[in-house]
Structure formats: C-alpha cells, structure tokens
Design a protein around this ligand. Structure first.
Ligand code: F6P
Length: 545
C-alpha cells in the first residue's frame, strides 16, 4: 500500500520537520522565492511560491510520483492503452485535440481520421448555421440554439461559452438546459420562436433520464407549432449511441458521433463541444482545442520539476495527505470565469472521489478533495473569513487575467489588487504585535486592545497558487482546463485509483427510476425503508390536499 512506501514515510517525516515553519520566514530567507517557485507554460504563469515548500519538499513529492511509475501511466494514457480498467477502455480526450501528425492507435487502428472527420462535420454545421445558409422550417435563419444535456454533456459547453462571452457570436444565442426541473425548460422555451430555434441533445449514452425527458418536452413544444416532418431540420444529437439517436428520429446528417473512450467530464473536446462551437464560432473553438494541445505537449515533455500539472497535483497531494486539507477552493478573479469551480468540481470529484485502488483494494488514505469556490471579489465578503481564520486548512487557487475586455477606469486595478492582497494576507497574516501596534495607533483603549487583539490576529501561513494570463482568450481557456485535467490524472495515478469511471453515481440513478415508477402508479406497494416510503406517501397525497 502507498502509505507503507519509503517515499510516503519520508514525506510524513518531512511534514513534521516543516510543520512549524512560517512561509513569512521562507520569503525572508529566500528573496528569489518567486523566481524559484513559479513557471510559465502555454502563456499561463503559475506562482506557487506561497506554498509550504522548502527546498526538500518538491523533490520528495516527485519521488512519490516516480515510485508509482507515473511516467509509464502518462505514456499509457496518451498511447491509447485501456487505462480505464473497470470499463476496459482507453482514455483519449487528448487525441481529440491532437494537432500533431502522430497517429493514435486503439486496438491496432488509428483513431485520428475519425476524429478529424467528426471535427470537420462540426465545422461545416457550425458555419452553415452561423451564416444562415441552413435555415429552419419556415426559411428563416436560426437565432437560438437550445443545448440539452447534463453533467459533462452540459458543464463544458455552458461554462466555456460563458467564460468566452467576449467571443460569442452575436447572431446566435445558445441556451443550456440540464436539470429535469420543468421550471428551467419552461423559462427557456417561453422566450423562443420555434421557427428559428435549433435543439441539440448531447448525451454520450443517450440513456440519461433528465436529458431524454427534456428532449421529449422540447419536441412536444416544437410539435405544437410545427409538423413531425420538420423535426429533422430542428433537432440534432451528439452521442456515441448513434442507433438510439436514429430511433429518436434524428436525421443522420444531424447526428454527431463520439466515442466510448471519451469520459463525459472530458468530453468538451469532442462533438459534445458543438454548442460551444456554435456559441463562439468554429475558429475560436479550434483555438480552444489548440490551447489544450499545447498543455498536452508540455505535460508529456517538461521535466517533472518544471511540469505545471505535475506541480499542481503534487501540491494537492501535499495538502490533502500530509496537512489534512479536505477541500480546495478555486477563486477566479474574472466574472466570466465564475463557472469554473463547478466545472472543475465535476472533473475532479467525479474522477478522484474513489476509495478502491487499481488492485481492487480499499485504500487507507484520503483521495480527491472537495472542490468549491466562486468568483472574486464576492467571496471576500463571505466565506474568505473561514479561509483566513478557521482551523480548517483550505489551499486556494487564485486566477486573474492581466487585461480586461472593458475599458472602465480603475475596475481592473481594484480586482487585481484584491486578488494579490488576498494571497498576501493568507500567507503573511497579522501577528498579535502588529495588531496591538495598529490599535495603539488608532487610539484604542487598553481595555479594547486586550479584549479584541486576539480576535484580530491572523495566523497566516495559508497556502495559495496564483495563475496569471494575458487575457482569457479561447486558447488560454483550453490550456487552463487541460492543466486541471492533467493535475487530476497525476493525482489519480499517485492514489492508484481509476480516475475515469464513475460507479458511485449509478445506484442513485437506479433507485431514482424505481421511485419514479411508484410515484406514477399510486397502487404500487411501498416496500422501501420507512423514510423513503413516508416521503413517497406524502408526495402521492399532494393532489388530494
Ligand atoms: O451521472 C453521471 C454522468 O454519467 C456523467 O459522468 C456524465 O457526464 C453525465 O452523467 C451525462 O451522461 P450522458 O452524456 O451519457 O448523458
């Protein structure tokens, strides 16, 4: 087991050595700390100097990665070996953004020609819809696209499209529906004209209850205005289940294939990205793929101590397994990137929220952290209090574009100042002596100082990373997402878990279906636990009250 390895034990000992060191002192000892603990890849600079690292820390963490043969796992992923062991599938989202001329072999066959053909189908479709060449059933150009999908078939296109708002095409508005809560689809459809609305159902499996229900409701709505024959012009589908899409009545021309070797949460690079490409235009979408490709190259070639996703992963392991951090907070200081925490939440928590190893053994160490966060500066007036002063360690990822898309005076300086000021406050804190001196200067009474000073002390020594980039253009966004994908991969390898299955979500789906049959048939006997039976009974009575 990992925890019995010499490398793990060395890290336990190293943690004891550094536990009482304050980062403030590390900065005093090493004026070049920023230069020594920062790097740039694909136009993104990562400052990781405000972390609890001494000169020994990273080498020891790298030894841990080497001890589990990380480099071999990485090459197995890129070369198409079935590393998703429980589903016996390769993991090839990287092939979807492979702009090299290298083939990618799956079962002896190069998958690149199929990938290029699918991308070219996306390109033609996006260009035809955007230019108005392909029209709706009354001959009008499309003005709205409704993308229906959930999980990875929703978060990627929606959040990337939101993050790239300055690049969105003016003539086409893309709406996203995920939740089966009828409020959402009702609200979206209320604003739309069926003659100019295109629907895209995105579902890798095309068995997802929420997505099917929403698609049927969209179809019913459409048919109140148009005839069955017109469905073919207004409904498209992205799925690896092509036969089910055909059964659904989607015309072959409007079916966009994907593959079982792309995980849902890694699928924005596949045809699942179609709504995103419609939102920002195909060229921008291709730039997004290009950004991820650049990071793939960096990830495969940079030495481990200069490899950004590796460093991000090792820092995460350091805090999760040796400092007891249960969560990681993401703080984008950029309004359009506000959805990023939700995207990384699925990516990380669905990938690494596991406790059984490659060898089918229950692990005895913590794996994936809880991922959360929101846009800065809003959190500063809310949950940052707990990050600054509670006993709970929460490593932070700050991120900030250097140039905004607006020209409002002072806003961006204030945003940047807050971002940098927060990481400084977390790291340095404020000692009792400093607090008392400030209170004396503010002419506080002796009594006030004695009562309040301990409350105002900030211990500091709270770790954070800061990511800076020029602007959040499509390429940079692609790079940023790929950095997190590879971070999650490296951590999964170190924890020896399969980051690419998601068995934990299946039971809830099965029980949800069972309960649904009992809700729709009030004669069905209730044979579940006392709580669930009572809840169903109460629900059944709702119409009689
Ligand atoms: O329920 C979890 C999940 O399977 C995710 O992994 C996936 O992204 C989402 O559901 C949607 O699945 P599909 O694309 O097959 O509809």
């Amino acid at each position: 087991m990992l925890t019995g390895s010499a490398q793990w034990k060395q890290l336990v000992a190293h943690h004891q050595d550094v536990e009482h060191i304050h980062m403030r002192d590390l900065f005093k000892q090493d004026p070049k700390r920023f230069a020594n603990y920062s790097l740039t890849a694909a136009g993104i600079t990562l400052d990781y100097s405000k972390n609890k690292l001494t000169a020994q820390s990273l080498p020891l963490l790298i030894e841990l990665a080497k001890s589990v043969d990380f480099e071999q796992h990485r090459s197995d992923m890129f070369s198409g070996l079935p590393i998703n062991l429980t589903e016996n599938r390769p993991v090839l989202h990287t092939a979807l953004r492979n702009f090299s001329d290298k083939p990618v072999m799956v079962n002896g066959q190069d998958v690149m020609p199929d990938i290029r053909a699918a991308l070219s189908k996306v390109k033609n479709f996006v260009n035809n819809i955007s230019s108005g060449e392909v029209k709706g059933y009354t001959g009008k150009a499309f003005t709205d696209v409704v993308s229906i999908g959930i999980g990875g078939s929703f978060l990627g296109p929606k959040i990337m499209s939101e993050a790239l708002k300055p690049y969105q095409q003016k003539q086409l508005k893309v709406h996203f529906i995920a939740n089966v809560d009828g409020c959402h689809i009702t609200d979206v459809l209320a604003k739309l004209n069926p003659q100019t609305t295109l629907f895209i159902t995105s579902s890798k499996t095309l068995t997802t209850q929420e997505t099917l229900r929403n698609t049927y409701s969209a179809k019913e709505w459409f048919l109140t205005h148009a005839s069955q024959a017109e469905i073919a012009k207004h409904f498209a589908c992205v799925s690896s289940n092509v036969s089910a899409a055909k059964e659904f009545g989607i015309s072959e021309e409007y079916i966009f294939p994907m593959w079982d070797w792309v995980g849902g949460r890694y699928s924005v690079w596949s045809t699942i990205g179609l709504p995103l490409a419609l939102s920002i235009g195909f060229d921008n979408y291709q730039q997004f793929l290009q950004g991820a490709f650049e990071v793939d190259e960096h990830f495969q070639t940079a030495p481990l101590h200069e490899n950004m996703p590796v460093i991000m992963a090792l820092l995460g392991i350091w805090y999760r397994n040796f400092h007891g951090a249960q969560s990681q907070v993401l703080l984008p200081y950029y309004h359009y990137l506000r959805g990023l925490p939700a995207y990384i939440q699925q990516l990380d928590m669905e990938s690494n929220g596991k406790s059984v190893s490659f060898n089918n053994e229950e692990v005895n160490y913590d794996t994936g952290p809880i991922i959360w966060g929101s846009e800065g500066t809003n959190g500063q007036h809310s949950f940052h209090q707990l990050i600054h002063q509670s006993r709970t360690p929460i490593p932070v990822d700050f991120m900030l574009p250097l140039k905004p898309f607006h020209e409002l005076a002072n806003h961006h300086d204030m945003l940047a100042a807050n971002c940098f000021g927060q990481s400084q406050a977390l790291m340095e804190g404020q000692s009792e002596t400093q607090v008392r001196a400030a209170m004396v200067k503010a002419k506080c009474s002796e009594d006030e100082i004695n009562t309040l000073s301990s409350h105002k002390v900030m211990k500091g020594n709270k770790p954070s990373n800061t990511f800076l980039f020029d602007t959040l253009d499509p390429k940079t966004l692609g790079s940023l997402i790929a950095l997190y994908e590879h971070k999650v991969f490296v951590q999964g390898v170190i924890w020896q878990i399969n980051s690419f299955d998601q068995w934990g979500v299946e039971l809830g789906k099965a029980l949800g279906s069972q309960v649904l049959s009992k809700l729709s048939d009030s004669e069905e006997p209730l044979t579940m636990d006392g709580s669930t039976n009572a809840l169903i009974e109460r629900y059944r009575k709702r119409l009689t009250k």
